[in-house]
Design a protein around this ligand. Structure first.
Ligand code: UGA
Length: 322
């Protein structure tokens, strides 16, 4: 099988591409290296893939450049390319979010609508729920994002649905709940906390730390993608959560144990756009994909901690300031 991974140099995209290679598929990776965080970190994500004979890479911005050639002969698309980050999506930045999350998705769907794809899987987000009314939240809840980022991810998700309804493009949206693990983006909580802990610098907590997340280990998210590609489902959006909802304060306690050092914690103002709680009802994913998260938080956080500690010092420094 030939697969296309958009956003292949990113956190989740690079893990999906590696799994595809391990499963024996031919992988075409594209990425446009948006400048949200340093390219050196993304190049490092691609390091193993670049050694693989079954892997080819194109630097390409799917929001503006012709994309037909990379879709040639492709059976499955894992559409992970996006402008990520909830808290940075305000103000002038919104244009970047609409371009990479909405327009890019629409252009990709246009390019493949008549190609007889086997599946297109869209990386959606728990942020589409906003401050949900019920926990765990099921897919039937009315999406009400509270960040500009969330609105663009929801618009992208709607696009995948409407190309399925109108053109029969077999799309599945996976609503990831705060994915973490090795290669996590440097702006995300665990990466920032680990970086601060290792360097004995203060950890900044937005608000009182009592907000909760259904943190999801990256290999569980990859498993969900593999199942969604292989099974005969389309036109659905499914929650992909980690299986437990914990507070940010609890994460600090775990990290203190893993790092074996005292953490310096600063509580600062809560950030606009951040939801208070997330919790995934994954019963639909269990039923339709056979999805069950298998990596628990202590093991997953330790894996991310070990990854960061072993990261080249030059790359650790490149992550600073994010
Ligand atoms: C994450 C991703 O960044 C989004 O791209 C993704 O769409 C989203 O998950 C999702 O699940 O939909 P977020 O939940 O904000 O967004 O993930 P983190 O950056 O890991 O933040 C987790 C929590 O830690 C948030 O409550 C945040 O306010 C808090 N945090 C983060 C801090 O207290 N301090 C920090 O330095 C960073």
């Amino acid at each position: 099988m030939r697969v296309l991974v958009t956003g292949c140099a990113g956190f989740i995209g690079s893990h999906i591409a590696e799994r595809m290679i391990d499963l024996g598929h031919e992988v075409v990776g594209v990425d446009c290296f948006v400048d949200y965080y340093p390219r050196a970190l993304k190049e490092n994500n691609l390091a193993r893939l670049r050694e693989e004979p079954q892997f080819s890479f194109r630097e390409l911005d799917i929001s503006v450049e012709p994309i037909e050639s990379v879709c040639e002969g492709v059976d499955v698309i894992y559409h992970q390319a996006a402008q990520p980050g909830v808290r940075a999506s305000w103000g002038e930045e919104f244009e970047t979010y609409t371009r990479h999350n909405v327009l890019a998705t629409q252009r990709l769907l246009e390019a493949v609508k008549a190609r007889g794809l086997r599946k297109l899987i869209y990386a959606s987000s728990s942020s589409i729920y906003g401050d949900a009314e019920a926990f765990p939240t099921s897919e039937t809840a009315l999406p009400t994002p509270i960040s500009p980022y969330g609105t663009t991810k929801l618009a992208g998700e709607h696009l995948t649905y409407l190309y399925w309804r109108n053109y029969g493009v077999p799309t599945v949206a996976l609503r990831y709940f705060t994915v973490y693990g090795p290669r996590q983006r440097p702006d995300m909580a665990f990466h920032r906390f680990i970086r601060a802990a290792i360097n004995h610098r203060p950890i900044q907590i937005y608000g009182d730390g009592e907000q909760t997340r259904d943190f999801t280990f990256v290999s569980d998210a990859v498993d969900a993608n593999v199942a969604a590609a292989n099974l005969n489902i389309a036109g659905v959006a499914l929650n992909i959560g980690g299986g437990s909802r914990v507070t940010v304060n609890y994460i600090l306690q775990l990290l203190g144990e893993i790092s074996g050092s005292e953490l310096h914690i600063n509580y600062v103002e809560a950030q606009k756009g951040d939801v208070r709680h997330t919790s995934a009802d994954t019963s639909a994913a269990a039923r339709l994909l056979g999805y069950t998260p298998v990596v628990d938080l202590p093991a997953g956080l330790r894996a991310e901690f070990d990854w960061f500690r072993k990261l080249d010092v030059r790359l650790q420094r490149a992550a600073d300031g994010h």
